[in-house]
Design a binder for this molecule. Structure first.
Ligand code: BG6
Length: 451
């Protein structure tokens, strides 16, 4: 690329939120602060050129010594993480300011490769300088989990095995690998989404109350709870791969998938068991799939049945935190049918963000996380010991899948469907009660029911 092609590439998706003129003016200002410098990942000369370019810019802007901070963002293929980190440390590391390095997943493929990466990176950058990005931690509703749990007395009292029956964390995408097959086929849905994004959400839901809201207190609790989760058992797994349907190509028909016999899962439902006093016996069901019927990410906490059975039709309460689309927190709730009837109807206490908050403007996850890097706030980044604990849970299962172990079964599901046909029976086995499936949301009829 040359400079102009680079500018074109990085600005093509920028949204102009203000009036057209102001938008254009801001865009032009932004372009002026961009510099493009091509180079090689493994060549000192390229890094030296980068160092000189940054130095020149610092001089031009008259930045004081001691304040010449540098943030390096490695959005790179994982195979070059280590050479680039070494090249940066040797040639570009700031001597007159602070250094920070941001790394994008994948952080290895399993426990061993992740430990190797961590060890090599640690020779270049300290843990304090390292920011491992998991963009789910920058999502508004994920950042809200701690607030909902620890700032509301009624939740803090019932957040345990005595009251909660099962918890589901679901990720659904309505498109397949389309064009990203090269990367995806090597990683699969568990490494792509579950081991990182969904597990991060789980740790926020399951952890104990931290002693404070600072980064280390929060991350200490996340590590502790991850250590209570035993490696996933093959009996607690449902895997799938999508096939063509409704005019859409199947996974193996994607041109970017080179191995036409690939057994990489594009769907997985896994059950994690948190073995501690709070959660013993409560299954955490993590589900993720590509090429499904809708786009949705949510946490669904299903409570136990009310003891005593006074009202026959009372369904189980559920607390749902919808991460996307349309952020919402709602509770499925039993209510007397308004009017003369004494029927129970299921309804909801609903906090849908766009109807509750006016002038709602939620920053993109990356926007919020990059700001955290500049502010040196590690709370929403993954710590080294957290990563180690996370890989321990998944590595034995992943190795079995990679080795096509005889106990691994991958079922097909159609592009655009809800996933493998076995899914409903699978979640039912872990206690999820779908008996309230027929209820309508958000407007309900309260006309008397016919007997
Ligand atoms: C990425 C995965 O980390 O997250 C993708 O590599 C996935 O496969 C994406 O599509 C989902 O992110 P979001 O923010 O669109 O939910």
């Amino acid at each position: 690329m040359d400079h102009d092609q680079f500018i074109e590439r990085v600005t093509q998706y920028i949204k102009r939120t203000k009036t057209v003129d102001e938008g254009e003016r801001k865009l032009e200002e932004f372009k002026k602060i961009l510099t493009y410098l091509p180079g090689h990942y493994d060549e000192d000369a390229s890094f030296i050129k980068l160092d000189e370019a940054i130095h020149e810019s610092e001089e031009e802007r008259g930045i004081e010594m001691g304040k010449r901070h540098r943030v390096f963002y490695m959005a790179l293929p994982p195979s070059v993480f280590i050479p680039v980190a070494k090249g940066l440390k040797k040639n570009v590391y700031a001597k007159e300011g602070l250094n920070r390095i941001v790394i994008e997943k994948p952080f290895g493929q399993d426990s061993a490769s992740s430990a190797h990466l961590a060890k090599e990176l640690a020779t270049c950058f300290t843990e304090e300088e390292t920011f491992r990005i998991d963009h789910y931690l920058g999502k508004e509703m994920v950042k809200n989990v701690m607030m909902v749990r620890f700032a509301n007395i009624f939740f803090s009292q019932i957040w345990n095995r005595m009251n909660i029956d099962n918890i589901q964390i679901t990720f659904k995408e309505p498109f397949g690998t389309e064009g990203r097959g090269g990367y995806f086929d090597e990683f699969g849905i568990i490494r792509d989404v579950i081991q990182n994004h969904l597990l991060q959400v789980l740790s926020l839901i399951a952890m104990e109350r931290p002693v404070g809201t600072d980064a280390e207190s929060i991350r200490d609790e996340k590590v502790k709870v991850l250590k209570c989760i035993s490696p996933i058992s093959i009996d607690d797994v449902l895997l799938g791969q999508y096939v063509g349907a409704n005019g859409k190509p199947g996974y193996l028909e994607d041109d970017t998938i080179k191995n036409k016999d690939s057994l990489t899962p594009t769907f997985a439902a896994l059950v994690l068991h948190v073995q501690n006093e709070r959660w013993e016996g409560v299954p955490f069901i993590l589900k993720a799939g590509k090429a499904l019927n809708e786009a949705k990410v949510e946490v669904r906490i299903q409570f136990r049945n009310v003891a005593g059975n006074l009202y026959k039709n009372a369904a189980r309460n559920e607390l749902v935190m919808r991460v996307q689309p349309d952020e919402a927190v709602y509770i499925k709730f039993n209510n007397k049918q308004p009017g003369l009837s004494y029927q129970t109807i299921q309804t909801e206490l609903d906090l849908t963000y766009h109807s509750r908050y006016s002038d709602l403007s939620i920053p993109d996850a990356y926007e919020s996380l990059i700001l955290d890097v500049l502010r040196n706030d590690h709370s929403n980044f993954v710590r080294d010991d957290e990563l180690e604990a996370a890989w321990k849970i998944f590595t034995p299962l992943l190795h079995k899948i990679d080795a096509h172990d005889k106990d691994i079964h991958i079922t097909n599901y159609e592009y655009g469907s809800r996933g493998p046909m076995e899914l409903d029976a699978f979640v039912k086995k872990y206690g999820y009660d779908r008996s309230n499936i027929n209820y309508n949301w958000p407007i309900q009829s309260v006309a008397p029911q016919k007997n």
